[in-house]
Design a protein around this ligand. Structure first.
Ligand code: ADP
Ligand code: GN1
Ligand code: MG
Length: 364
């Protein structure tokens, strides 16, 4: 456990540390809620340690986050948004003025004001939440499309390169450090039999048929905050992977995380299914925002994007299981394997409904 009081003192929190505790259910960073007493008023912040095993270069990453959040805030202020500071993450500076602080062990930390009266959902509950989340991610793509200056730093090279993800799975099968391959041959065969699908978007990006955009790249449902009262998607969070990417990646991960009633790590895979009405709500929300920039090819690939991103995530969970659970946080021994199996079930459900999904997209 880190000394949260000491870490908090590295930031300009304008008050006295009261308490801090682990927060949220992200798989990558260490996230804490920290309460501060500011002249008798208790205020909370989000304090995060950037996972530098995953993000090898935290400082350029933080420069990305700073650029994106400054740009968002500027836009909101230009629009006279009355609650600009709830509509975007903003970085609380360190005492030395930097947007991050390094501790004595070389960990990179950052602080965001806590977005109050809103929350994230690990499990979607209503179609309205789908519409709102998808619209918010679409709006975020529009915002980052106008980001001035150089393209953002690529925080994880080849993050959604499904061809490389498959190659990494093959390497893990070859290395088999824990002798787990024999237990999961069925799952391995299942993923390898879908190899052709892994290359499609990578090839379109290479040929220029699909445009490279500035995308979020981790549009899982719990990376958008929905207002407690209005249900509106008010703030896109978890900006570590915001970098060059494809709209297909962003929409695909929404399908992966928003259409099934089952959790990502559900053990009873009979509960996993792609619900068409949730898919339609995502299309409605996303297209309402993205119609101004989506190309016909991007639009036609929206149904397939769900299959691709679900498959890719399953490949990553299986690779991590074979490698000894070194990437995603796990809370039980076969956690990554359970996650890998839910992704398979979801892909099969998407495959079975692909024609209907295409018909839905055609209506928008
Ligand atoms: P990870 O990269 O590990 O997924 P996130 O940045 O998504 O980390 O944060 C984990 C969780 O913490 C989020 O799902 C959300 O519930 C909560 N969270 C993050 N930032 C804020 C914020 N500024 N205000 C309120 N809650 C937040
Ligand atoms: C991770 O950080 P978090 O929990 O929002 C992962 C995503 C995966 C997701 C699977 C940087 O997202 O790519 O899709 O887990 N983020 C990174 O739940 O690898
Ligand atoms: Mg997250």
């Amino acid at each position: 456990m880190h000394d949260l009081k000491a870490v908090s003192s590295l930031f300009d929190l304008r008050g006295d540390f009261v308490q801090g505790y682990s927060y949220g259910s992200g798989h990558i960073n260490d996230t804490y809620c920290v309460w501060v007493d500011q002249a008798g008023l208790r205020i909370r912040y989000i304090l995060q340690r950037v996972n530098h095993n995953v993000f090898r270069q935290p400082i350029p990453l933080m420069e990305n986050v700073k650029r994106v959040t400054d740009h968002a805030l500027k836009r909101l202020k230009e629009e006279n948004c009355p609650e600009a500071y709830r509509r975007t993450l903003t970085l609380v500076p360190a005492v030395d003025g930097k947007p991050y602080a390094l501790d004595a062990d070389g960990n990179c930390w950052r602080v965001y004001p806590f977005i109050e009266r809103a929350r994230t959902y690990d499990q979607i509950e209503t179609t309205k939440q789908c519409v709102e989340a998808a619209r918010a991610f679409g709006d975020f793509q529009k915002l980052t499309a106008d980001l001035p200056g150089e393209p953002l730093f690529e925080t994880i090279p080849n993050f959604h390169n499904t061809t490389s993800r498959l190659a990494a799975l093959k390497d893990a099968i070859q290395a088999d450090p824990l002798g787990r391959v024999k237990e999961v041959q069925k799952e391995i065969d299942w993923y390898l039999s879908r190899e052709a699908d892994c290359h499609l978007v990578v090839d379109y990006l290479k040929s220029g048929e699909l445009p490279l955009r500035c995308t979020h790249n981790d549009t899982k449902l719990n990376n958008v905050m929905l207002d407690d009262v209005t249900g509106e998607g008010i703030c896109v969070i978890d900006l570590d992977t915001t970098m060059p990417g494809s709209a297909i990646y962003d929409f695909g991960d929404m399908i992966r995380t928003a259409t099934s009633p089952a959790a990502e790590d559900e053990k009873d895979i009979s509960k996993v299914t792609m619900r068409m009405f949730m898919f339609e709500a995502l299309v409605q929300g996303y297209v309402s925002s993205a119609k101004s920039f989506l190309t016909p090819l991007e639009k036609s690939l929206l149904p397939f994007s769900g299959k691709l991103l679900t498959m890719e995530c399953g490949i990553r969970f299986l690779t991590d299981y074979l490698s000894g659970d070194v990437y995603f946080k796990i809370h039980r021994p076969e956690h990554n394997l359970d996650r890998c199996r839910t992704q398979m079930a979801l892909v099969e459900s998407i495959e079975a409904q692909m024609d209907e999904m295409k018909a839905v997209v055609d209506r928008y």
